[in-house]
Design a protein around this ligand. Structure first.
Ligand SMILES: Cc1cc2nc3c(=O)[nH]c(=O)nc-3n(C[C@H](O)[C@H](O)[C@H](O)COP(=O)(O)OP(=O)(O)OC[C@H]3O[C@@H](n4cnc5c(N)ncnc54)[C@H](O)[C@@H]3O)c2cc1C
Length: 389
């Protein structure tokens, strides 16, 4: 069933139900095999894409379903709650926001319908660089204007899904940091990776503790048509920042899904596993960490909902989106810990999926933004304390 065939009424409830059914075709064995082989979940991404879930945020006039952010959050939460991993394809949901908000009419007409139809994949987001890290304004990748094109040189790191994407949204300097206000002089480009790979772009996979298809990308005189500049030259940093609240809310929803998966798995096991002649879940020492993680998850979930509601109302939600991401990532980690402890030795056996999900959910306290940086945002922008960097 595709998203367009869903019954009217409580749309989000129908979406949740339908995503659950889709994920049931991709059980633990599927993800375990990919994890072992470090392989990309092509079939899963195709199924999500064919059903229209990856284009829910694209307006109807461009072939998407024009649903609010909470619909996308519900989809990603259910994917993670089912034991699957949205990391293989979630970026398309928030990256295309930059194109939608800041792209020209011609760029939207060129890319959005093809993305919505699943013919083009916009999954790569090139922001982070090896020497700048979190300090994005210190990026060095440079796009030099030459007539009707830009020539790009530099390096990105942690560019996830680059080998499985047709397009990359790239942030590069167009003016040196020393020659402009540090947040100016950066620009956003839509890079056609199929062309770029033929002319100077090299992608090198990075093996990581979980299966995430992440890479390093090198640009050696890569030519990009000037028409692929998104919005105005020099304003790119603002365009990237404007999409970050959506990204944080969606990643937080994935963490809520992970937390629910761990809590359900731990509670079920605690009721079934008999040691000393009774279920281990009868011991409060086993119950309490799971119950505490549940309480943490429910509190974080409220913050995710509040952030999404503010976002949808067009209000500033920087505080809520950041806190939702931090609290949800901490809740999923607490749930992961409780799940491991409840399973004892069996948590370490591949076939239970606990160790895989444990590795996967740890990422979210570091990426796409680390906990310290969220705390620093709250301290400075919400509580008015002095700027630290
Ligand atoms: C698996 C994976 C996938 C990713 N996918 C993408 C992607 O698709 N596209 C992309 O552009 N990026 C991606 N990233 C990058 C990710 O956004 C960064 O790793 C993250 O923002 C942190 O940057 P860093 O690793 O350079 O850490 P650093 O900036 O080096 O920071 C290291 C540590 O120091 C702390 N720290 C740094 N400065 C301060 C400070 N002023 N105060 C307090 N603490 C501080 C940080 O909180 C962090 O814990 C990915 C990363 C990973 C691991």
């Amino acid at each position: 069933m595709t998203i367009k065939d869903l019954p009217q009424g409580d749309e989000i409830a129908h979406i949740r139900d339908s995503v659950r059914k889709l994920c049931a075709d991709f059980p633990g064995e599927y993800w375990r095999r990919l994890d072992r082989d470090n392989a990309y979940p092509s079939e899963f991404v195709k199924a999500l894409s064919d059903a229209g879930y990856l284009s829910v945020l694209i307006p109807e006039e461009f072939g998407g379903s024009g649903l609010p952010l909470s619909a996308a959050a519900a989809i990603l939460e259910e994917v993670h709650r089912a034991g699957a991993n949205g990391g293989a394809c979630h970026a398309q949901m928030y990256i295309m926001g930059a194109l939608l908000r800041h792209g020209s009419a011609a760029q939207k007409a060129k890319y959005l319908p093809a993305i919505a139809a699943g013919e083009l994949r916009l999954q790569a987001f090139g922001v982070t660089e090896p020497t700048s890290g979190t300090d994005t304004t210190s990026i060095k990748t440079f796009a030099r204007r030459e007539g009707d094109r830009y020539v790009i040189n530099g390096q990105k790191v942690w560019t996830s899904r680059a080998e499985h994407s047709d397009l990359m949204l790239l942030l590069a300097r167009t003016t040196a940091k020393e020659q402009a206000k540090k947040t100016d002089g950066m620009s956003v480009f839509m890079v056609d990776m199929r062309e770029a790979r033929k002319g100077g772009m090299t992608i090198k996979p990075i093996r990581t503790m979980m299966n995430h298809s992440t890479t390093e990308v090198f640009f050696d005189n890569v030519m990009v048509p000037a028409g692929n500049l998104i919005g105005e030259e020099g304003k790119g940093f603002r365009y990237i920042l404007s999409g970050m609240n959506a990204e944080r809310i969606l990643i937080a929803a994935e963490c809520i899904g992970d937390a629910k998966w761990f809590i359900e798995k731990a509670s079920a096991y605690a009721g079934q596993r008999n040691v000393f002649g009774r279920p281990i879940g009868q011991n409060q020492g086993v119950q309490f960490p799971i119950a505490r993680a549940y309480a943490q998850m429910r509190a974080a979930e409220l913050m995710v909902h509040q952030a999404a509601a503010l976002f949808e109302a067009g209000q500033d939600c920087g505080e809520q989106a950041n806190m939702a991401k931090m609290l949800a990532a901490e809740a999923s980690w607490a749930a992961a810990e409780a799940c491991v402890q409840t399973h004892g030795g069996f948590a370490f056996a591949e076939e239970y999926d606990v160790e895989r999900k444990f590795r996967e959910t740890r990422l979210y306290q570091v990426a796409p933004i680390s906990t310290n940086l969220v705390l620093s945002y709250v301290a400075e922008h919400v509580l008015g304390m002095p700027r630290s960097y």
